[in-house]
Ligand binder design. Sequence first.
Ligand SMILES: [Ca+2]
Ligand SMILES: [Ca+2]
Length: 212
Amino acid sequence: MSAMNRKLIQTLAETLSKEVEHFNKTEIESLIREFNELLGEPALPVRAAHGLDRGAFRTILHNMFGMTDDMIMDGVFRTFDKDKDGFISMREWIEGLSVFLRGTLGEKIKYCFDVYDLNGDRYISREEIIPMLKNSLIRQPTEEDPDEGLKDLVEITLKKMDQDHDGRISFEDFEKAVREENLLLEAFGTCLPDMTSIEAFDQNVFQKQLEQ
Ligand SMILES: [Ca+2]
Ligand SMILES: [Ca+2]
């Protein structure tokens, strides 16, 4: 563990618990300790002064939450890295996890939209949908020409979600479509943890540290 002492962690947790939704002070203390442990992990390529870099964060998403899709993991990294400095700071880690683990539907809609908006222009375009769906379909072998099937799927999804018919999905389109049909939340790839990994995280991070 870093030089951060107990008192400092408590003070920090006190402050953050007033600013971040869904976690109490004790849970935030656990998240700070976990963050410090991850930073200190010699196997991860990190620069402690800045936080977790893209590679380290991807390793965490993979190991803790079973994610495998590089494009989606990069999207998750971009969405956590709010100030766009290329590192996940402690605050970004806690704020990101608040939505990732416990977000409301509204918060998750915003989060998933940001993950899928690969170039950050506030629209999900056909050019962004195609590679994301291609990646998520690859694990389902089929007799048919995958590109034909993919094209159909992209057009069907676009038609369903592009409610103002300008050929791309705005945040308003996405929100409306997901509120009508919640399954569309992760339409372009799994970017939220499943129940099993949420429970494992609770067990490993929150419970474990309470026992200490
Ligand atoms: Ca950052
Ligand atoms: Ca975009």
